[in-house]
Write a protein that binds this ligand. Structure first.
Ligand SMILES: *Cc1c(COP(=O)(O)O)cnc(C)c1O
Length: 454
């Protein structure tokens, strides 16, 4: 099984021809989730001492497993935040998997690290970070937030070694759930500041909260403030400039979570809303969301990458040799991880093939379809737009519906393959939200979905 023999070449041919079919599928399917019973009835476990023929196993994949996939890149998938990887990025992902590449260190794969670093630099330039900036690709924004905030805490400790107060991260009621999870892992507190009427975190809100509850926060050391550049639920960009001024004044680490919205930096129409992002001590963006890379791929970038290496580089007798090379970077040093695939390469390949302009146009097309959708909703009598979209998320209510109406509508549309849209909520009330990241989502698709809400 480790030789490229007839069996292996048959697997390759099967997999490639099926992959080509899948890549050319237009549109990709939105299959309804199957029950455990379905798999018990249709897919016996094939794990056995003797193994099976390739055809048996691959048929099981095609006939049962694959039949339960809600394609993340369907132009009708607007739920959560989907993905829309380019064809070149998907194809190159196969190369990364088959390339015997370990993306841990410069020593093991210097060229791959060099190429990944070009993409990191490209993102750092979009953000406006200095030469000292650097980072790596991790599995997701959750890891990016954790890795950044751990560095923030260690920096704080270096400078405030005498303090025994409880450590705290400051963020908003719209901040992504992963920041709260990070706080649990780090055993620190989260100070949640409520957002303004536009669902933005602002400097004023932060200062009001801290002043009006000064006793409550007396025993906290705030070591980081998180601004979100594109909130997950509503696509809102916080007052990044104001928050960065607050962070600077109080000598607090300034982290910007652009996991979803960071791609907006490519658009001249919204770029100005990110003003202040260049002051970030750390920044994350998920290319697997709105930068058209396959899962799983998030970039974490520090203003001064050496601070991250001080914290995250693992030390052991069997690893010390990796740090001998003065010239090259080790991606493993910049986040909470060690073994890793060179998951930045599909983006590097695709960006190099199609060019930045194609990426800019693709981001622009999501902004356009979002504003088209908002216009139609505003003109509709039975729908109510929650806020004008900042980026490519459109949130709205179906007047007169409760939770159960939303849920049953959502299931019905998925069954009919009209769309995958799930209800969310804002301040306790149910809403629908469309997250547009796929340039294939047309006005006709939006019209069809909105019609089903009448
Ligand atoms: C999606 C998201 C995350 C988490 O990213 P994962 O890649 O799912 O781990 C963090 N922050 C924001 C703003 C997000 O939208």
């Amino acid at each position: 099984m480790h030789k490229f023999d007839d069996k292996a070449s048959k697997i390759l041919l099967n997999v490639l021809s099926h992959t080509i079919e899948r890549l050319s599928m237009d549109p990709p399917t939105l299959d309804y989730p199957k029950s455990v019973k379905f798999f018990e009835q249709n897919a016996k476990s094939l794990i056995s001492e003797a193994g099976n023929s390739i055809d048996t196993v691959f048929d099981q994949y095609k006939n049962t497993i694959e039949q339960s996939i809600i394609s993340v890149d369907s132009p009708r998938n607007l739920a959560f935040i989907p993905a829309a990887p380019t064809k070149a990025s998907m194809i190159f992902d196969l190369v990364v998997s088959a390339g015997s590449l370990c993306g841990v260190s410069w020593q093991e794969a210097s060229g791959a690290v060099w190429a990944e670093n070009q993409v990191i630099r490209w993102i750092a330039d979009l953000v406006g970070l200095p030469e000292s900036a650097g980072g790596c690709f991790v599995a997701g924004g959750t890891n990016g937030n954790l890795s950044s905030l751990v560095v923030a805490r260690e920096e704080f400790r270096k400078k405030n070694s005498g303090s025994s107060k409880r450590l705290a991260i400051l963020c908003s009621d719209q901040t992504h759930s992963s920041v709260k999870s990070t706080a649990i892992v780090m055993d620190c507190e989260v100070i949640v500041v409520s957002t303004n009427e536009s669902f933005q975190l602002t400097r004023e809100r932060i200062e009001n909260e801290l002043e009006s509850h000064s006793e409550k926060y007396e025993n906290f050391d705030i070591f980081a403030v998180v601004a979100t550049a594109g909130t997950t639920n509503l696509g809102v960009i916080d007052d990044i400039k104001g928050i960065s001024d607050f962070a600077k004044k109080n000598k607090i680490w300034f982290h910007v979570d652009g996991a979803y919205g960071g791609a907006g930096l490519l658009s001249d129409n919204v770029k100005d809303l990110f003003s202040g992002v260049e002051n970030a001590d750390s920044f994350i963006v998920d290319p697997h969301k709105w930068l058209f890379a396959p899962l799983d791929c998030a970039a974490v970038i520090y203003r001064d990458k050496s601070l991250a290496a001080e914290v995250h580089a693992q030390k052991a007798s069997y690893l010390d040799i990796l740090h001998d090379d003065e010239e090259g970077d080790n991606p493993s040093d910049y986040a909470f991880h060690l073994s890793r695939r060179a998951r930045g390469l599909p983006l590097w390949f695709s960006l190099s093939v199609y060019g930045v302009e194609a990426y800019r146009n693709a981001v622009e097309s999501s902004l356009n379809i979002a504003s088209y959708t908002a216009d139609v909703i505003q003109r509709s009598e039975h729908l109510s737009l929650l806020i004008k979209p900042t980026l490519s998320i459109v949130a709205f209510e179906r007047i007169g519906w409760d939770w159960s109406d939303y849920k049953s509508w959502s299931k019905k549309q998925l069954k009919k393959q009209i769309c995958f849209v799930v209800p969310s909520s804002v301040r306790g009330a149910p809403i629908l939200r469309f997250a547009f990241v796929n340039p294939g989502t047309t006005e006709a698709i939006v019209d069809e979905i909105l019609l089903s809400l009448e």
